[in-house]
Ligand binder design. Sequence first.
Ligand code: FE2
Length: 396
Amino acid sequence: MAIELVPLPLPASADASKLADFGREVKGVNPADVSPELFKEIEQALYKHGALLFRNANVSPAQQYALTKAFDPQSKSYGHGNNKTGETKKSILHPDLKTIPSVPQVQLIGNGTVYNHEGLAEAKLKHPSHTTFHKTRVSPEDEEKGVTRFYRWHIDAALYDLNPPKVTTLYGLSVPQGPGQLCRYDDGTGDELEVPLGTTAFVSGKVMFDILPKELKSLAVRSKVKYAPHPYVWMAPAHAMSTALGIESEGLEMPLEELPPWEESKIKVLPVLWKNPATGDLHFQVHPCGAMELLVDPLPEGANREGALYPDGEHITDLKEVRELLYKMQRPGIAPSLVYPHDWQENDFVLFHNRGLLHTVVGAFKPDQVRAFHQCNLAASDEPAGPTHEDVKAYA
Ligand SMILES: [Fe+2]
């Protein structure tokens, strides 16, 4: 049985030609109960389209965990680890997550207070807001008028010790409805995007790579990112840029010697481009906030050196330079026309390829707007594959 795939409705702001392959609604399939044959089709569709939507789903935490795990049967623990130890208390992610007691790999996220939920008597949830993370903020007057920002463009990943999850599932149980908001980039470009209230915004890592000029493709295909140890603790004192695509270089990161104990061997060094397991496409997959250093390989033999950046390779340790290079490569990929802002309906179940796109929370809720989502992703059993020798030859 072939599954029925329908393109997701794109907003008027979207460049339909660039997003033609991105996202599909899966019709007539219950994500709570997927046979092995059906799973293979879903897996291929997911890697091809980046995000799959199942409407009117009814999925228990155990079923959500089972479907998420099917993508990586050897994975076990939540993407950031299951155990909340003392050292993660200082992490900027700590307040956003409440674990479901019976299935600790599934997290309750959202806004407002939720009662008697899956064994949690009372859970106080807070929708993350740019006002506590960005260096600057939308003025309270503009916020009142519905102006907002992206919160933090990211990949779901611990980026230390654990491998980036292959997929994430997001299940919208309570979805407050309200007027849309205007997401402003506030970076001097005038870029802005009309978004549904509380949207999750997605951009394709494949498109982010495809639109780069030749010299930046060459840099990307030759580069690896070294992430900071305990990156979410490291970045906690720092402030993000107004586009939510990385951290302002103000020297505020926690000094490495003040971080919880860490080991060099657990630091993640990951390629900038991750190879899609189904299509072979290259996706620009960098979590800019956690990036600390850039390791650039020299051009391969016989490559044209004209206009090439770092033709002889470079280990870039200057944090500002690292961030500026990454920003130059990633900012084009979050242009308003390339963003898919999902318009959440109650009981939407979204499955996304965490190794093929970037996403972010957007917008702000009032305290009485109760939003409850179940989220699951699992630290992967392997590291993402980078470009092959042929890829390097083709793009360097
Ligand atoms: Fe996320």
